[in-house]
Write a protein that binds this ligand. Structure first.
Ligand SMILES: C=CC1=C(C)c2cc3[nH]c(cc4nc(cc5[nH]c(cc1n2)c(C)c5CCC(=O)O)C(CCC(=O)O)=C4C)c(C)c3C=C
Ligand SMILES: [Fe+2]
Ligand SMILES: [Fe+2]
Length: 332
């Protein structure tokens, strides 16, 4: 390499915080959803079937059928500001940046779609961030969520000559700040209802059941969140797992079957919430709030309420600020 005339520019050092969520299509169209699902469902942390077997199924069947169906579902919850998952994640980033008073460069990335983790890490490095906290926004750890975010970040670092120091936010499924925020948020939402629920359902995104036996802690993390919240609230919570995908057996009981059974058992008024999602998204606003209500009423239920995620609420941001400041200790 030819020797340049000047020393390379070295930016003033900064602390960076990168909030990372799952990602979402760029638009509620078949094409955009297809692009998104192709990247998402090609992640070997998400679908643990050998690519030689899986890719022909994905490209031949799934990507020719599911995008159209999913695009219809997305269009029911899409807003003027775009996908709910994206705009709530951006709102969280802005609120956290404000709370950290310029002490850190706060950005966000998506594991699938845009902005990508490698692009954001490169931009932060360029801006001088030599210490970066990567915060996957998943309270419960799973290889398919937290694990793959960390894989992607570490892979991006292999392209950098001068690494920033890296910290990662651990799963916070049993953190007192998280449980307290959920209790406050759920109780505040319940107080706005014009009925008293006969049952309170806590729904987590599902995973293939075999991941539990392979050592993924996700199932235990969900159960522990539910137990701690139930103890904190002093009331029973009915645990279930939603969004089944594919033919394998998933964690049970399934949310749709659970709510229909509650109606059949005479529990005609229910409220449901999903604390495994940091922000509201397709899986909560369409599957729980819309489809869930239809299923419950078809089974004879009379009163149904979906309670929102923490999103960028004050109580949710108090919690996120507590977690982030803790991980930044010694840096800030
Ligand atoms: C919160 C944790 C999540 C886990 C665990 C998870 C596992 C998981 N998901 C799929 C397949 C799909 N998930 C989809 C949407 C989706 N999933 C999560 C979160 C978790 N997924 C979120 C936040 C979202 C919503 C995204 C949005 O844009 O709002 C979808 C796409 C939608 C659809 O076509 O139904 C698929 C597909 C698998 C296979 C899996 C476990 C291995
Ligand atoms: Fe999912
Ligand atoms: Fe378990």
């Amino acid at each position: 390499m030819e020797k340049p005339d000047t020393h390379p520019v070295v930016a003033a050092p900064r602390i960076g915080v990168l909030l990372v969520n799952l990602g979402t299509p760029d638009a509620p169209t078949t094409e955009a959803v297809k692009r998104y699902l192709k990247q998402f469902l090609s992640d070997r942390r998400v679908v643990e079937i050998p690519p030689l077997v899986w890719q022909p199924i994905l490209r031949g069947v799934i990507l020719n059928t599911r995008p159209q169906k999913s695009a219809k579902a997305y269009s029911k919850v899409w807003t003027e500001s775009g996908s709910p998952l994206a705009f709530f994640t951006i709102a969280q980033m802005k609120a956290l940046a404000e709370r950290l008073h310029g002490q850190a460069d706060v950005r966000y990335a998506m594991r699938y779609g845009n902005p990508s983790i490698p692009d954001q890490l490169a931009a932060m490095k360029e801006a001088g961030c030599n210490r970066i906290l990567i915060a996957p926004l998943y309270p419960q750890y799973s290889g398919a969520t937290t694990g793959t975010v960390q894989d992607e970040a570490y892979a991006a670092l292999t392209k950098m000559r001068w690494h920033p120091a890296i910290r990662t936010l651990p799963a916070y499924h049993d953190d007192a700040a998280y449980i307290a925020a959920l209790k406050t948020s759920v109780e505040a939402s319940l107080a706005t209802l014009d009925f008293t629920p006969d049952a309170l359902v806590i729904s987590f995104h599902g995973m293939p059941e075999r991941t539990l036996y392979l050592g993924d802690p996700y199932h235990c993390h969900c159960q522990k969140t539910a137990r701690l919240l139930s103890e904190a609230m002093g009331r029973e919570l009915v645990v279930s797992f939603q969004s089944r995908f594919g033919r394998a057996k998933w964690l049970e009981p399934a949310t749709d079957e659970t709510i229909m059974q509650l109606a059949r058992d005479g529990r005609k008024k229910i409220a449901i919430f999903a604390p495994g999602f940091s922000v509201d998204c397709l899986e909560t606003l369409e599957e729980l709030a819309i489809q869930g209500q239809e299923q419950f009423e078809e089974a004879g239920g009379t009163h149904y309420a979906y309670l929102p995620c923490l999103n960028d609420s004050d109580v949710g941001m108090d919690m996120l600020e507590t977690l982030v400041r803790r991980e930044l200790s010694g840096w800030l």
